[in-house]
Design a protein around this ligand. Sequence first.
Ligand SMILES: Cc1cc2nc3c(=O)[nH]c(=O)nc-3n(C[C@H](O)[C@H](O)[C@H](O)COP(=O)(O)OP(=O)(O)OC[C@H]3O[C@@H](n4cnc5c(N)ncnc54)[C@H](O)[C@@H]3O)c2cc1C
Length: 383
Amino acid sequence: MTISFIKTDKQRELYSKISSLADRFNERAAINDEKGCFSFENIEDLKEIGYTKLTVPKRFGGEDISLYEFLLFQERLAQGDGSTALSMGWHLGVMMDINEKRDWKEERIEQMASEVLNGALINRAATEPQTGSPTRGGKPQTMAKKEGDCWIVNGRKTFTTMSPALDYFLVISSIEDSHQIAEFAIHKDSPGLSINETWDTISMRGTGSHDLILENVKVSNENLVDMMTKRNTTPNGWLLHIPACYLGIALAARDYAVKFANEYSPNSIKGTIKDLPNVQRLVGEMDAELMQARHFMYSVAKEWDEATTKNHFTSELGVVKYMATNTAISVVDKAMRIVGAKSLQRSNPLQRYYRDVRAGLHNPPMDDMTILNLANAAFKSLT
Ligand SMILES: Cc1cc2nc3c(=O)[nH]c(=O)nc-3n(C[C@H](O)[C@H](O)[C@H](O)COP(=O)(O)OP(=O)(O)OC[C@H]3O[C@@H](n4cnc5c(N)ncnc54)[C@H](O)[C@@H]3O)c2cc1C
């Protein structure tokens, strides 16, 4: 018996609904992974329990769940299907971010909140072929040009998760003839907007993270939601949906391996492999690693929820993600060692987990940036 991260009856109630769905998604995950399909079915099931509205602010009629609760639910979802969890993480996280930062005008937040309450899905399209990860500070090549009261946006975004199901794309764009960068909320039906189905990776194959193409997309001034003057300096608590997702996948791998060890009985031994010291050591190590990463993640999330100012969180948020994604890779590796060569069979979920957790390394913030920030902070503290 370990400490439960579920703390209230309300959390338990929703957690139980999410658990039922996650188990159902788990049954669909192999086929979606094999075909590289985005699961509209999973999204519809989540909409039915009101999952996609959870981070809408209370003042606009939403649930406004805390960061802690967001991670709790996301981690459970990822145990069923990592791709669906990552997709939902962006959507719920972006809504949380918009509300928390208040960089958008209040009426724009209200408008988006109302769309989300009515079932709309949103995500940011920030990455581009030329910039790589936008967290490195590259200037978007996507360009917005003023034309009368409107803007004409042209560009190509890569890695746009959930693109087949999104209603609004939050497009990060340079403003022509200036050094400014802005965020535009662009509806999926805008003429000139299309999806190029490029997503064919070995990891997170069900995220539909295709390219977004913008060809002379005309939007009004109201669609320019943020001039993005503060974005790079403010910590992003919501991004902890990423560690929650990869820890969820690792938990699924751990559970599979423990069940396997409990049942597998080769005829070279009496009983099952659960009694073998080499297996017990791997199981204990998996649990020790998961315990560290999860307690750290939930404790930082709780601190975040309780903090009145958040500017000092950057290091901790980065280290949570660094620890979680590397722990996930290590735990899946150990789970596969326990199961042996059967873990390599295409019908075995462990090989999917193995591929999926690799993607965590390439979600923000990247490990080298987190470590460099820590080193810089260490030396700065001396001066
Ligand atoms: C499953 C998945 C889902 C995603 N979903 C989204 C999404 O919904 N929206 C979105 O906008 N993006 C999304 N992304 C993109 C993600 O946020 C990154 O932008 C993308 O993975 C590229 O990161 P990178 O580090 O490989 O790229 P790059 O920045 O091109 O880096 C490639 C290599 O070059 C090095 N490098 C490049 N520039 C620098 C530099 N300035 N300093 C030091 N090293 C450098 C890196 O260390 C790395 O080794 C997603 C990615 C994945 C894997």
